[in-house]
Every structure is written in structure tokens, then in C-alpha cells.
Design a binder for this molecule. Structure first.
Ligand code: GDP
Ligand code: GDP
Length: 454
């Protein structure tokens, strides 16, 4: 029932856990003291970001939700996670790299009263490689007299410098208009989420019923085209309509030809399975419900998780499952499938057609999770509360601080956590568990990496 609600939300264009449509992100980068935080406050129109007069002082919160002219976006104040050990230039360049890999547009702030420093030049050089729009703010232009200094900033090679006084607000409206013009409507991860039928790998050890299930699916539901030509000799994929949607089952040639039992093919079959998983977005791993779960089943599941693909577990041959077997199955699942507790299970029978109609909704749920992005502002609000309530365990007398997190990628959802110290595996698992409780992610692996700010 929980997932029906999520499906409805997804169909209404609201991502699960999100509630709001995903919003694009602007990263604000620049040397300490150029006025990044003051400018972020100005952009937010409120005194939320804490301005520190001491350079390099770490602020706790760095992601904020902003609204201008009716459009929402997230602002990342990279001043909040200034790493300071490796030297200024390296650390500001690292901020710029991170901004390029996570934000939809970047605002480089320089101090017009100082002019372009070598650090500014180094950062500009990094940013000129950016595939995302980069804007240049010439800050501290409190009055007309600084016009010439602003013009000299053209030398950074980032286009026209936009004069602004973060402190007094001068020019901030124009800057915000330019920012909105540079930001895409939808965040980068969401772009390209659609286009063409979604790709499914139907995998599992020999004899679990893959061919039978494919035949059932193409027979019962209308098969749009029997196959998609890779070459005329060996058509590779099958297009199948399930629940009023067309899906592409990848690399089904072997399944249709029933060549799977030839001798010495286990290695070959495993390569083929791997290739199919790589080519797909979501995998249906078929297991034989009438037999104990085997090593080989677990290997296929691991391949899907390691490849970062969405997963649906299908227990086939359910027509052979009796009361006793059902009891054993529940124990097996508890014992051996803890790692993929997040995957939806569907009990089907390719022979009788039982529950095969449940596959399409399960695939959709898994793909929605795979595509899901938690806006940075929302993620950090959640994280701050969580870490405040349950801080990471003290190690070597030190309490690691979790500074900030961002979902750097979707497909699969990948989170990067910035901390001041090592986080134990147990705490990372705790974070993943709570992340899933709050934001869902049913059917997809989730990756969490930790970057320690030395
Ligand atoms: P950050 O380290 O880049 O985040 O810089 P801050 O926002 O903490 O600002 C550094 C200092 O510059 C503070 O003392 C601010 O008050 C000052 N400042 C920021 N913006 C302006 C501005 O537009 N004009 C002037 N005159 N001072 C500013
Ligand atoms: P594949 O090797 O994974 O493609 O498996 P097949 O589709 O060739 O099926 C292997 C055997 O299991 C065949 O004898 C099928 O008839 C049988 N089989 C497949 N699905 C079911 C099912 O749902 N119930 C039962 N009882 N047998 C099935």
C-alpha cells in the first residue's frame, strides 16, 4: 500500500520522498573573505547563513533553498566546507571541481576591490573546463567608482563580470536574474531520465524459468515487436508491452533460442549475464522458489548490486510452493537476502501466469527509486536533525562532525558526505537505513561515500 502511494506520487510528477519537484543547484565558489556567505544571504533574502569574520571557520550548514521570481533553486555555499590544509589554491580548486560535478550552474565570486589574484586565476582556469554555465560576480562594488576594477576582471576569461554589493544589495536583483537565466529548469540528473523504453535484464541461473517467463510475457501481453534487430542473424533485444508500457528486454536472443544448456557454458553464461545487466537499467533476478536459494542465485544478485542497477526479485515456480516450503523460504530470505532487503519480491509462476502482472509495477517502483534525487537543501535539513539526535561515535577521543551531504548522482543514487573524521561502517549503515526510511529508494542500491576534510 505504501508503494502504491509512491507510484501515484511518481505519476503525478512528484518524486517519492521529495514531495516537491527536484530543483536545480547553484554552487557559490571563491576564495575566503570575498563575501560568499554575505552574497548567499543576499540571494536568500534572509540572515540564515552565518557570516564569519574569521576566514576558514567552518560553518555547519551550507545548502539552502532559495526562491526568486517564483522559481526555486538550491544554493550551495562552498565557504562552509573550506578545506584549508592543502593550501588555499588547491582547496579552492577542489571546491570548484566539486561544484562542477554536482551543481547545475556555478557562481565564482571575486573581490573587485582586490582584483583578480593568482588563486582567482587558478580557479577560473578550472572553471573554464566546466560544461555547466559559470557566472562571475564582482563583489564589494559598493559604489560607482569601482567600475574600472570590475572591467579588469574580464581577464579571468569567464565572460562579463557582474558587479554586486552583497553587503548593501546593490546589483543583486540583476545578478539573481542572470542566475535564473543560467539555471536549467530541471536538475542535471533528471535530464535524460526518459527517452525510449526502459531496459530490463531478465537474469538468473539456468532452469529457473527465464525463457518460460519471457514467453509468458510476450504471449499474454501484446508483444510490440518480437525482436529488435542487432543483426538479422542474431536479434538481441525484445520489446514487450506490459501494463500499457513498452519495455525493452535486453539480450534475449539466448533465451528465445534455448541454447542455455549446452556444455561448458557456465562461464559464457555468466559473462552473458554480466553484459545483460550492464546494458540494462533494472534487472529481474529470477530464482526457483521450489528449491533452496543457491550460491549461484546470490552471485547473480551481487552482480546486479555491484553494477549499480535497480533490482526486482522474482520467485518463480510459485505453483510448486507448498506450506512447508513457504516456511523455509521466509527463513532463507531473512538469513541470506538481508543485503537486498530493499528489493521488492514478486512471487510468480511462468507456468500458470500467477502474479506476472505485478512485475511492471515493481519495475516502475525500482526505476523511480533509481532515478530519485533528494534536493540538497532537503537532504541536509534531514541530515542535520539526524546527526544532532544521533552523532557519530567518538573515535580516538574525537567526535567526527558531519558537515554536509549532497546526492552527487542518481542511477543509482550516490551520496557524498563531507566529514571532519572517519565514520565507522556501523554508522554508515545506520545512515543508509535512516535514509531509506525517510526517502524510500525501494528497489535500488544506494551508495554512500565519505570524504574526510583533513
Ligand atoms: P566568505 O568567506 O567568502 O564567505 O566571505 P564573507 O561573506 O564571510 O565576507 C567576508 C567579509 O567581507 C565580511 O566582513 C563581509 O562583511 C565583507 N563583505 C562581504 N560583501 C561585501 C560587500 O559587498 N561590500 C563590502 N564592503 N564588504 C563586504
Ligand atoms: P531458463 O533456463 O531459466 O530459461 O528456464 P526455462 O524457461 O527453460 O525453464 C526450465 C524448466 O522449468 C522448464 O522445464 C520449464 O517448463 C519449467 N518452468 C518454468 N517456469 C515454471 C513455473 O512457473 N512453474 C513450474 N512448475 N515450472 C516452470
Amino acid at each position: 500500500a505504501e508503494w502504491t502511494a509512491l507510484d501515484e506520487a511518481a505519476e503525478a510528477g512528484e518524486l517519492p520522498g521529495g514531495g516537491e519537484p527536484p530543483q536545480p543547484t547553484l554552487a557559490v565558489v571563491g576564495r575566503p573573505n570575498v563575501g560568499k556567505s554575505t552574497l548567499v544571504n543576499r540571494i536568500l533574502g534572509r540572515r540564515e547563513a552565518v557570516v564569519q569574520d574569521t576566514p576558514g571557520v567552518t560553518r555547519d550548514r551550507v545548502a539552502y533553498d532559495a526562491l526568486w521570481n517564483g522559481r526555486r533553486f538550491t544554493v550551495l555555499d562552498t565557504g562552509g566546507w573550506e578545506p584549508d590544509a592543502r593550501g588555499l589554491q588547491a582547496s579552492v580548486a577542489a571546491q570548484a571541481e566539486l561544484a562542477m560535478s554536482t551543481a547545475d550552474a556555478i557562481l565564482l565570486v571575486v573581490d573587485a576591490t582586490v582584483g583578480a589574484t593568482t588563486t582567482d586565476e587558478a580557479v577560473a582556469k578550472v572553471l573554464r573546463r566546466s560544461k555547466r554555465p559559470v557566472l562571475l560576480a564582482a563583489n564589494k562594488v559598493d559604489d560607482e567608482r569601482l567600475t574600472a576594477d570590475v572591467a579588469s576582471l574580464w581577464s579571468l576569461g569567464l565572460g562579463e563580470p557582474i558587479p554586486v554589493s552583497a553587503l548593501h544589495g546593490r546589483g543583486s536583483g540583476d545578478l539573481l536574474d542572470t542566475i535564473l537565466g543560467a539555471l536549467p529548469e530541471t536538475p542535471r540528473e533528471v535530464l535524460g531520465a526518459t527517452g525510449g523504453p526502459r531496459r530490463i535484464a531478465l537474469v538468473g541461473k539456468p532452469n529457473v524459468g527465464k525463457s518460460s517467463l519471457l514467453n509468458r510475457l510476450t504471449g499474454e501481453e501484446r508483444s510490440v515487436v518480437d525482436s529488435v534487430a542487432g543483426t538479422t542473424v542474431d536479434p538481441v533485444d525484445s520489446l514487450v508491452e506490459l501494463d500499457e508500457e513498452t519495455w525493452r528486454f535486453v539480450d534475449t536472443a539466448g533465451l528465445r533460442k534455448r541454447v542455455h544448456t549446452a556444455s561448458g557454458t557456465e562461464y559464457y553464461a555468466s559473462l552473458r549475464t554480466k553484459a545483460a545487466i550492464e546494458a540494462a537499467e533494472v534487472a529481474i533476478v529470477l530464482v526457483d522458489a521450489s528449491e533452496p536459494l543457491s550460491e549461484q542465485d546470490l552471485r547473480v544478485i551481487t552482480m546486479v548490486v555491484d553494477a549499480g542497477r535497480a533490482l526486482v526479485l522474482a520467485y518463480n515456480k510459485w505453483d510448486l510452493v507448498d506450506e512447508d516450503r513457504r516456511y523455509q523460504l521466509a527463513k532463507e530470505i531473512d538469513r541470506e537476502l538481508v543485503r537486498v532487503r530493499w528489493a521488492e519480491r514478486v512471487n510468480v509462476s511462468a507456468r500458470t501466469g500467477r502474479a506476472v502482472a505485478k512485475l511492471a509495477p515493481a519495475l516502475r517502483t525500482a526505476l523511480t527509486s533509481w532515478d530519485q534525487r533528494v534536493p540538497t537543501g532537503q537532504l541536509n535539513a534531514w541530515l542535520n536533525d539526524l546527526v544532532a539526535a544521533t552523532p557519530p561515535p567518538v573515535r580516538g577521543g574525537k567526535q567526527p562532525k558531519v558537515l554536509f551531504a549532497t546526492q552527487a548522482q542518481t542511477r543509482p543514487p550516490t551520496f557524498v558526505l563531507f566529514t571532519t573524521g572517519f565514520l565507522e561502517a556501523g554508522y554508515r549503515r545506520f545512515l543508509e537505513r535512516r535514509l531509506r526510511e525517510t526517502f524510500g529508494f525501494t528497489g535500488t542500491p544506494v551508495r554512500i561515500s565519505v570524504r574526510v576534510r583533513e
